[in-house]
Design a protein around this ligand. Sequence first.
Ligand code: K1U
Ligand code: ZN
Length: 167
Amino acid sequence: MALLPILRYPDPRLYKKASRVAEITEDIRALVHDMAETMYAAPGVGLAATQVDVHRQIIVIDTSEARDTLLVLINPEILAREGSQYCEEGCLSVPGVYEAVERAEWIHVRAMGLDGKLVEFEAETLQAVCIQHEMDHLQGKVFVDLLSRLKQNRIRAKMQKQLRQPA
Ligand code: K1U
Ligand code: ZN
């Protein structure tokens, strides 16, 4: 098991589109375990493979209070969406920035699990927000891109200042 380095906005690698996973191999299983470890350690409620510079359609999510319900979604698809909600979002690739973003309130999701089987389920509230946020990462989109140009410029300046400061 290993903690993986997380790309920081505005790294251009965050803008790459992820490709589908054809089969669950030992490498994919090891990557998922490392992604889960990295998400829990951060701490975060989700992580997309894009954020650890692996451009495959894989996300891990745990929005449970006890932090004991890991959801692994491979090649996720949203089959239906309804309603809208505004939720303060954060992102491990944009540390220290929280902004409200509009998302669907309810989604019907299909994805492959780590056992290679397809699952379909409905999600709402934080879980729905988190799935939409992570699926955007797989498309090469960061939540900052959904904000006004003014906010994007401010966040970019803040991130560049953080990068200049010694760790
Ligand atoms: O994609 C990511 O970088 C993970 C991100 C997911 C997310 C959070 C909130 C709304 C939408 C998507 C995070 O986990 S940011 C950290 C965070 O919100 C959090 C951390 C610990 C406990 C609870 C929340
Ligand atoms: Zn994110």
